[in-house]
Design a binder for this molecule. Structure first.
Ligand code: PLP
Length: 220
């Protein structure tokens, strides 16, 4: 068994069956992704459009590709043909463009709203109020080629487990509060290599794990 296969098995055995594992393969060569693929992994996450489209182009077609990074509006067209889930939607303008590009391919693209939970200024994302405003927007409701399926968040980059827990609990509470009114929200995408166990304790339904599967990255 190779390292990637071994890492995947150990992560899968440590997460509940109903939690979806996104293998974050950014910066890694296709040969590494193929090792994960051969051991059964079918969901991969990338954060750069060009890398995402290059890998999609040459890899097997039964892979579900997730865009997990910040998306520039003018880049949506490059992934609209195949992307399954866009994790970091944070504006009406972006939703509208995703809808427009999805329509050209006669597809429905699944989206998550990124909620800002970290203290750092650099992190993208909507406030809770902005997310509600977006969900209630009458024009958003008319966009038939997107489906808003949940929320995504990134905790502060810190070793302080209590802070991470507080941030995950905040988005999880918000998610639970929204669900009765917006039953289409099924996915809570929180948790990475360093904090996925905490995220699962806090109610994560989807974890995005990179370095614990593929090893450390030289650049991001
Ligand atoms: C890189 C990245 C991850 C995975 O990070 P690891 O710490 O390597 O597991 C998860 N989510 C997003 C948005 C990322 O950019």
């Amino acid at each position: 068994m190779n390292d990637i296969e071994r890492n995947l098995h150990s992560i899968k055995s440590s997460i509940p069956k109903e939690v979806t594992l996104v293998a974050v393969s950014k910066t890694k060569p296709v040969s590494d992704l193929m090792l994960a693929y051969k051991s059964g992994q079918r969901i991969f996450g990338e954060n750069k459009i060009q890398e995402l489209t290059e890998k999609w182009d040459i890899m097997p077609k039964d892979i579900s590709w997730h865009m997990i990074g910040h998306v520039q509006t003018n880049k949506v067209k490059y992934m609209a043909e195949f992307v399954d889930l866009i994790h970091a939607v944070d504006s009406y303008k972006l939703l509208k463009e995703i809808n427009k590009q999805a329509k050209k391919h006669n597809r429905i693209i699944n989206c998550l709203l990124q909620i800002k939970i970290a203290k750092e200024e650099s992190k993208f994302g909507l406030s809770e109020q902005d997310a509600i405003t977006l969900l209630d927007n009458e024009e958003v409701k008319t966009l038939t080629n997107i489906s808003i399926q949940g929320l995504m968040g990134m905790a502060t980059f810190t070793n302080d487990k209590e802070q991470i827990q507080a941030e995950f609990n905040k988005i999880s509470t918000f998610f639970n509060k929204l669900q009765p009114k917006y039953p289409q929200l099924k996915t809570l995408s929180i948790g990475m290599s360093g904090d996925y166990k905490t995220a699962i304790e806090c109610g994560s339904t989807m974890v995005r794990i990179g370095s614990s599967i593929f090893g450390a990255r030289n650049y991001s």
